[in-house]
Design a protein around this ligand. Structure first.
Ligand code: ADP
Ligand code: FRU
Length: 297
């Protein structure tokens, strides 16, 4: 069992299941609706809890009815909430999700007005005793300062950062990070400015080679939905693990967050990169066969 600090957001997810993805301006009926706690950091935390670790979540909660759903769900999984910052202004961030039953794809419209987790709140956390720190790559200036504090106080403890979306100065989070976890969306968007051609934009190998040359001290991993995942370590050889073959994809919401949890779990166990990729594709694939995260492992 490891102690893991996870910094990022929680959301309320309102999930409408539809038989097929609607046309713009259509009026369709959902076959099911679910309201669940979501958010990348928190999704990763509840999977890590199930993998036997003790997670502490550092993020903001609004003072509204939806935050009760969020809090109850996280405490139900045993996530430690001591570092949570309750903010008087704003509402629980909400994602309106259309889940296509035919393909398992999830289309997310996200709205938030809640302030991000503050540096002041992070400074109150006693970092001693944590074995791993994981950050969502958002709130860039403050997150950079949090990474620097961790480097000063607990330099030997590995830090991972999820790089999901291109955001201003997000590259400033790379430095000093042991593990960078990219989305396919980020790889697509960052390919062009690096002078990578259109053809190579669909090529995670070219993307990861560029990243590895930029930060050779880190491991770089990129998940790519049904094509599995790629990773590269300090020796510079890009490795691939295929996704598992699924008879039916039910729900891909949070597959990437599950993947990240499984990677952190495998790294904590000291597994080599190839095994980390294999195990993470296995667990993330399994997540796609069920709704939500309950009883995933
Ligand atoms: P995100 O949820 O962040 O968009 P991905 O779509 O890259 O993340 O999915 C993360 C991982 O989940 C993939 O690397 C793969 O192992 C697994 N996965 C996602 N979609 C499928 C699928 N259709 N079939 C099998 N595995 C999948
Ligand atoms: C899935 C997810 C959802 C949430 C959204 C936030 O990865 O974390 O649970 O609504 O993404 O971006």
């Amino acid at each position: 069992m490891a102690r893991v600090l996870i910094v990022g957001i929680a959301t309320l997810d309102i999930i409408n299941t539809v038989d097929d993805y609607p046309e713009e301006d259509a009026k369709v009926r959902a076959s099911a609706q679910a309201i669940r706690r979501g958010g990348n950091a928190c999704n990763t935390a509840v999977v890590l809890q199930q993998l036997g670790h003790q997670c502490s979540w550092a993020g903001t909660l609004a003072d509204d009815a939806s935050s009760v759903i969020i809090r109850d769900d996280l405490t139900g999984y045993g996530v430690n909430m001591d570092a949570v910052q309750v903010v008087a202004s704003g509402h629980s961030p909400t994602s309106y999700i259309t889940l296509n039953q035919r393909t398992g794809s999830r289309t997310i419209v996200h709205y938030r007005d809640l302030p991000e987790y503050s540096l002041t709140a992070f400074q109150q956390i006693d970092l001693t005793g944590f074995d791993w720190l994981h950050f969502e790559g958002r709130n860039v200036t403050q997150t950079r300062a949090m990474l620097d504090i961790a480097q000063q106080q607990i330099p030997a403890v590995p830090r991972s950062v999820e790089i999901e979306k291109p955001r201003e100065a997000i590259e400033s989070l790379y430095e000093g990070t042991k593990l960078l976890l990219y989305s396919r969306n980020y790889a697509h968007n960052s390919a062009q400015p690096h002078g990578i051609t259109d053809n190579e934009m669909n090529d995670p190998v070219a993307f990861l080679q560029t990243q590895q040359q930029t930060i050779p001290t880190a491991e770089h991993i990129c998940s790519w939905a049904e094509r599995g995942a790629w990773g590269v370590g300090q020796q510079g050889r890009v490795l691939h693990s295929p996704a598992i073959d699924l008879p039916r994809v039910v729900d891909t919401l949070g597959a990437g967050d599950t993947f990240n949890a499984a990677i952190i779990h495998a790294k904590l166990a000291g597994l080599p990169l190839a095994d980390c990729l294999r195990d993470a594709c296995q667990l993330a694939g399994q997540k796609c066969t069920q709704r939500g995260f309950q009883k995933l492992c």
